[in-house]
Write a protein that binds this ligand. Sequence first.
Ligand code: NDP
Ligand code: OXD
Length: 309
Amino acid sequence: MALIFCSRTDDPKEWRAEFAEVMPELDFRVWPDIGRPEEIEFALVWDPMANRLLDFPNLRLIASLGAGVDHLLAATTLPDGVPMTRFVDDNLTQGMREWVLLYSLYCLRRVPEYLARQREQDWHRLDVPFAYQRRVGMMGLGILGEASASALRHIGFPVIGWSRGKKDLPEIECFTGAGELDDFLALSDILVCLLPLTPETEGIIDSELLTKLPRGACLINGARGSLVVEADLIQALESGHLSHAVLDVTRKEPLPADDPLWQARNITITPHVASVTNAKSGARLIAKNIRRIQAGETPHHLVDPKAGY
Ligand code: NDP
Ligand code: OXD
């Protein structure tokens, strides 16, 4: 029973050690040392190998190392009928919840302005609102969006959310689909994006959408860079319509040295670290799905290829 591991960011040594503990019978192979391809039954992937999955004729599971599966669905050659799973893990959710709380408070408490003033040795107060005076709009109310929204609600922000299907969440006003997007945007002082990247959502955060936010709004994108039209975002920051943007993700990663985002005004960039896949808990949840497949059961957290997430 062999698994092929392929990731541009995750450390194979760490994952090998965790699988050795939790599933010692598993033959853990690391791309490109695949051995005999017909022995590979499970693939654990983040990005670069997606176009090579047809090389394994006996594949029974394609497990994404990320919650987002756009990297897999963008591949032109995916084997038919092999179940594909998202990465859904309490540690990943905790990481995102912390990142969203951190940067929502960072925007609320005007930290970027204080940091700029510190560089000028400027000791003055700014007016700062309470959380209950600024509404957060959460785009995407899935595993990560819902957990982050409820944490924001817990510290006093009024929170609204937007998703594809109708939701009913405690203390969070929920908006649904394209028909309710404008009403949702008009109320969002801090817009947090935790949508998956799909053909429907690509480029959704463009100048038209940004104009519908209240003047002075902030954008926090922890999802995927290609959801945002970056030139439109820079323009909205330049004009002052947006007061700040926090991006953990960008269209090109790593962000090239000459990308205008680096120099844009009022922007904070983190290098795709909002929440990082954890090998200890991750190996356990993948092993659980492998055992389900061996028992003839359906794995947890299946991707719906039609919906794109
Ligand atoms: P989920 O699949 O659980 O949730 C996705 C949410 O987006 C759902 O509420 C879904 O609606 C909504 N949605 C999807 N398409 C649309 C649409 N066209 N219009 C409106 N709403 C839509 O995903 P997760 O919460 O687990 O993850 C979200 C994303 O976060 C991932 O896809 C990934 O890109 C990103 N991510 C980033 C990380 C980082 O470190 N920066 C780490 C982990 C994830 P519905 O509920 O109706 O299905
Ligand atoms: C993910 C990510 O999708 O790390 O999990 O971006």
